[in-house]
Design a protein around this ligand. Structure first.
Ligand code: IPM
Ligand code: MG
Length: 369
């Protein structure tokens, strides 16, 4: 039986509630002798700040680096609004991404047919939607230097962030997008703002050259990031793989998430480079949604994005695509049966709690595995 070490970071808000549902499923896989998961738990975000005044401790960073895969739920909340910028909850997540060199963020947006009516768009626009946003995750304006607020001495201050991309960063994220497209519908849409940004001009040139050199068999188109945002809500099914930078990817993936019915539906994987043998890579998995402090502790959060993220662990870190397919099938079956959490309720009469939804998915999984 395969054996893997999972480092679990439930974080803040609804994080621990949705993570508990993944732990149930992982424990079941272990009990059944399908995959043995050793689960190790740490603190990130506000939870880490409360315990030791940092957004993630060095000890937990080391455990994340050593794990076969890291699973994170969510960070942040109004409770930590006043903490110093360097140790705000989000800093823990950004340090994990940066220190583990997780440059490729895969955010699939799939609209389950049963949920098409929960979308804010008309059913025919989103029914059957299946696109993948490939977001660059360790560069751009998130990490560029200088990043500071300076005092100009005349009663004015200046806030500075720096958008910066090097050729190799654009090439490696481009490769991930083209490779993924080859296994999907063979189309890549690259997005930048080359009409106003030098980094956008370079982005466009590097992707175009990479395509001409190595991926001529894949269809490539370019869309400016603002136009792409518009197209996402106008005709989302035109897209297969979208590749874009850190900031545009952040914004566009929230839009894409909402197309699928709820932010509570979208999983994501953040991947690093393969190791020298080409066998394993560092990876962190997390839902696209945040910590939702307004509903935290009520047991009503939707655990599907978190469970879907666990499915992505199986697919991308452990090469267990068959089991990942079964998790996705279990989710889809449960939705098909009309079972809903509050965020995707629509007209449903019976609304499930977080743990009831987790139980329903597990029960379906037990039936199909
Ligand atoms: C995301 C989030 C993060 C980001 C925040 C929590 C720092 O919005 O993963 O999309 O901006 O990357
Ligand atoms: Mg975001």
């Amino acid at each position: 039986m395969p054996r893997y070490n999972l480092f679990v970071l439930p974080g803040d808000g609804i994080g621990p509630e949705v993570m508990a549902e993944v732990e149930k499923i992982a424990a079941w896989f272990t009990r059944e002798g399908i995959v043995q998961f050793e689960i190790d738990k740490g603190l990130v975000g506000g939870a880490a700040y409360d315990a030791h005044k940092t957004a993630i401790s060095d000890a937990d960073m080391a455990r994340a680096q050593a794990a076969d895969a890291v699973l994170l739920a969510a960070v942040g909340g109004p409770k930590w609004d006043g903490v110093p910028y360097e140790v705000r909850p989000e800093a823990g997540l950004l340090r994990l991404r940066k220190d583990m060199n997780l440059f490729a963020n895969l955010r699939p947006a799939i609209c389950y047919p049963a949920l098409a009516d929960a979308s804010s768009l008309k059913r025919e626009l989103v029914d059957g939607l299946d696109l993948m946003i490939v977001r660059e995750l360790t560069g751009g304006v998130y990490f560029g230097e200088p990043k500071q607020i300076i005092d100009l001495g005349n009663g004015q201050r200046r806030g500075i962030d720096t958008q910066v991309y090097d050729t190799y960063e654009i090439e490696r994220i481009g490769r991930i997008a083209f490779e993924l497209a080859r296994k999907r519908r063979n189309k890549v849409t690259s997005s930048d703002k080359r009409n106003v940004m030098k980094s956008g001009v370079l982005w466009n040139e590097v992707i175009t050259a990479l395509h001409a050199r190595e991926y001529k068999d894949v269809e490539l188109e370019h869309q400016l990031a603002d136009a792409l945002g518009m197209q996402l809500v106008r005709r989302p099914k035109q897209f297969d793989v979208i590749v874009t930078d850190n900031l545009f990817g952040d914004m566009l993936s929230d839009v894409a998430a909402m197309l699928t019915g709820s932010l509570g539906m979208l999983p994501s994987a953040s991947l690093g480079e393969k190791n020298a043998k080409g066998e394993t890579r560092k990876a962190l998995y997390e839902p696209v949604h945040g910590s939702a402090p307004d509903i935290a502790g009520k047991g009503i959060a939707n655990p599907i994005a978190m469970i879907g993220s666990f499915g992505m662990v199986l697919r991308y870190s452990f090469n267990l695509g068959v089991l990942a397919d079964r998790i996705e099938k279990a989710i889809s079956d449960v939705l098909e049966k009309g079972l809903r959490t509050a965020d995707i309720a629509g007209g449903a009469t019976k609304i499930l709690s977080t743990s009831q939804m987790g139980d329903a998915i597990l029960a379906r999984l037990q039936a199909v595995v």
